[in-house]
Design a protein around this ligand. Sequence first.
Ligand SMILES: [Zn+2]
Length: 355
Amino acid sequence: MEKLKVINPIQYFTTVGEEIEDILSSNEISMDSFLSSMKWNDKELKSIMKISKSEAKKIEDFISVGEISSYILNFQNDYKSSKESAENTYKDNLKIYKKLEHLLPLLRNEFSDGIDVLEDISNFLGIDEESEILDKVKENIALYKISNFVPDDLNLYAWLRRGELDFFQKKLELYNKGLFTEWLERKEWKNNLTNLEYISQLPKILETYGVALVYTPYLEKTVFGAVRWFENRPLVQVSDKGKCLATFWYTLFHEFGHVIKHENDEIFEGQADLSKSSINKKEKEANSFAYDYLFNGDNLRKYLFGQRNKSVQEDFIHDMSARFGVNKMFVAFWMKKARIRSWTTKDYMPPFQIK
Ligand SMILES: [Zn+2]
């Protein structure tokens, strides 16, 4: 049977019928004779949720245990009030579940021990009390110093949580900045910019240098990427916001820039445009790091912004690529930002999606 999204706790409570069944069996009274004396032959005792005062009296006469009728009626009243509060909890939990349901893909198949899917999700989030999930998430996100955008707290919390879980599943060497820098400088990645197989291998490659690279699908109102540090190792987490391969590489090298230049800093990239000039010193440093590696410096970007809003011929992109020594995908990336129009720009903007 498929697991229930949210379990109604009332199903764990004993009904009055079940309780009577217990009384019968502990007094060794035959069920059949009881049912026929009550004229309940067509009923299943378990499924009886309510009995009347006169029925309770009849039961007492039949079983001949003193006070049993008032015991049964009290039991029935307790059940009724438990049922009400169970129904309320159930309704509340359903509402919470609806707010969390879209996070299910982030659980992968790692969280399945819960009694219902809601508990699986709260296990993933690491928050025990389901009714407290939204408050706890808010508190937690407030601890991060995010100044450059307003995130969706729940989505960002879940996205970051997936990153942490992946970090701790990795077999990471100690972080070795020297070896990581050497790898960046060797530029094998440069021959593999559109090689999706290579991109999927990158996290494995970087484990050797103690760099945890994690890909997590984008969630609404979260980030392009983030850098955090655990156990003296960087966790570089990248999303597929924009579903664009050039954006992915740009984000990746921007984050690598933070790793190399801003050790132990927590960084969350929520800006719609990482290239905005209104950003702080650290962001500029991370940008220029990415520019040097991916765009051969900042001349291409400056040139293209000088040509803003123009329409150009098909060969423009090839000319720019040759002139500035930059991959056509990145020429197209900046042309789009500078709103330079050409029929072929789209052909040089491969899509990118994290599964
Ligand atoms: Zn940044």
